[in-house]
Ligand binder design. Sequence first.
Ligand code: FAD
Length: 570
Amino acid sequence: MLQISQHLLPVDHTDTDLRRSVLTLLNIRDEHLLSLTVKQRAIDARRGRAQFSLTLLVEVTNEPAVLKHLAKTPRVSPAPDETYRQLPERSETFGASAKNGPPAEQAAGLPPTYPSSPVEQAAGLPPPSRPLIIGSGPCGLFCALLLARAGRKPILLERGKPAGDRARDVTGFWRRGWAFNPESNVQFGEGGAGTFSDGKLYTQIRDREHRIPWLLKEMVIAGAPEDILVKAKPHIGTDRLIKVVRHIREEIIALGGEVRFETRVDRLLIDAGKCRGVILHDGSTIESNQTILAVGHSSRDTFTALHAQGVPFEPKPFSVGVRIEHPQTLVDRIRYGKNAGHPRLGSAPYKFVAHCGTGRAAYSFCMCPGGLVVAAASEPGTVVTNGMSSYARAEANANSGFMVDVGPADFSATHENPLGGIDFQRTLEQRAFELGGGNYHAPAQLLGDFLHARPSTGPGNVKPSYEPGVHWTDLREILPEIVSDTLAEAIGKVNLALPGFDLEDAIMTGVETRSSSPIRIPRDPETLACITLPGLYPAGEGAGYAGGIISAAADGMRIAERLLKVGQSS
Ligand SMILES: Cc1cc2nc3c(=O)[nH]c(=O)nc-3n(C[C@H](O)[C@H](O)[C@H](O)COP(=O)(O)OP(=O)(O)OC[C@H]3O[C@@H](n4cnc5c(N)ncnc54)[C@H](O)[C@@H]3O)c2cc1C
């Protein structure tokens, strides 16, 4: 099998055009091209026009001759093997008796146990019990799926509600005046923070183990659109993501796992310097010597409790800013020129970084073409913005986080107070709540007014999408000066790359504070356990090991692989 990369074709190309172009490139006749598959489709929108850049897999009758002929064409090479091999078939790790537990345990109705690995024996840990996973975001969910498939019957604990009930709470709060629910919102509930999102499924992490192609295939099996396997920048959308999350939950349960909703972990069970399980909000305990902490970046009460219990935390830089909204038609024109609106291209995304004289960079974050700005707080009396879209990306506006990096020096986090970043986020979110009018409306400002440092009094030609509503004001009253100054300076620079971005009527809605986790829980690179608390496995975005749906899911897989004693940590 050969792989051809960066194969450029016009947006309107036909299958015949594609086949002909490959025959020409490979210099072979039609009968020698045995198969032709599009492996990946990217949109190349440089130079103001859009075309497709394809990665192709082809089978030809005489591969060595073709490769020899094309020796000087680096775009053509043998296709790489991208099979995910970290997880052996169940029979390789556990025999039939291990699957159901030793006979004595089965008779006693006890959960199955498994032999300790040499690493666990060295750490003085008993044989592993059923793994406990705290949090059903992408990290916890995929960790649980792998463990369930290996017969480990994981117990998944989730503070929020199942996806359907959660969706009712969230949309009730946005659209029907329902009270804000601190346990069921855009951050908390089945599927985690990504359930109400654009569902972008790409990441910049290295993937030597090929977890990502495996993850995408699993999502398609669970109900995601098939085009996520081909698009270079796949996205699934909130509407389809909820179905996928439910499907994975059902599989975990069918394999003997448990998923307990509205079950908040308040503290860890710690004994003799080891994590032995969890203490739930109702005071009950669940014991396990494998507890995976996949609570996301917004579980502030959990972080505070664990910090008090001696779990080590380190402060980490993150970003703060606002959501900025433009008409999608404008973004399409800026990015795709005369191809704007072409049905094969869909709504155009953008991405930018602008290095400013303030010594900081402003950048676009989690851009949502054809999407909505959403209320994403997890604590009462706060306003947090983020973005989401459905699979169709058909809303009138494009939005993105317009962010500036902040570090421990900005929020006085120290070794003694590693949670200082959380206090910093919370202060901004509370100020946004107050400036928004104290009713969960978000403070908003027109870009033109922000640049002229004057408050806004109402919208221009762009309608804000944020629900329950916005309050027109001056965002400089909330944002740290360095952030406001960097955003203001960045606009001119961004406009050079995206002419028209400086639209006076573009809407800025504040504040966006949850771009990534403000903390990291250090873990041993070999065992992946917390460095000072064996038996606890910090994972995913909240622990500082991921920054999006796919990287969080991949980290969950990595933990599961480690617990199953296969694969190398990476
Ligand atoms: C609105 C929005 C849009 C986003 N869009 C995208 C996007 O398009 N693409 C992308 O890659 N990323 C996106 N993200 C980020 C992405 O969702 C996160 O990076 C990802 O979900 C992190 O996964 P996780 O499993 O580590 O944590 P989370 O998804 O945050 O899951 C943590 C889970 O743990 C539960 N939990 C927390 N504390 C406890 C406790 N004490 N007891 C029991 N359960 C607990 C929570 O309820 C939650 O369900 C978006 C995020 C938001 C909020």
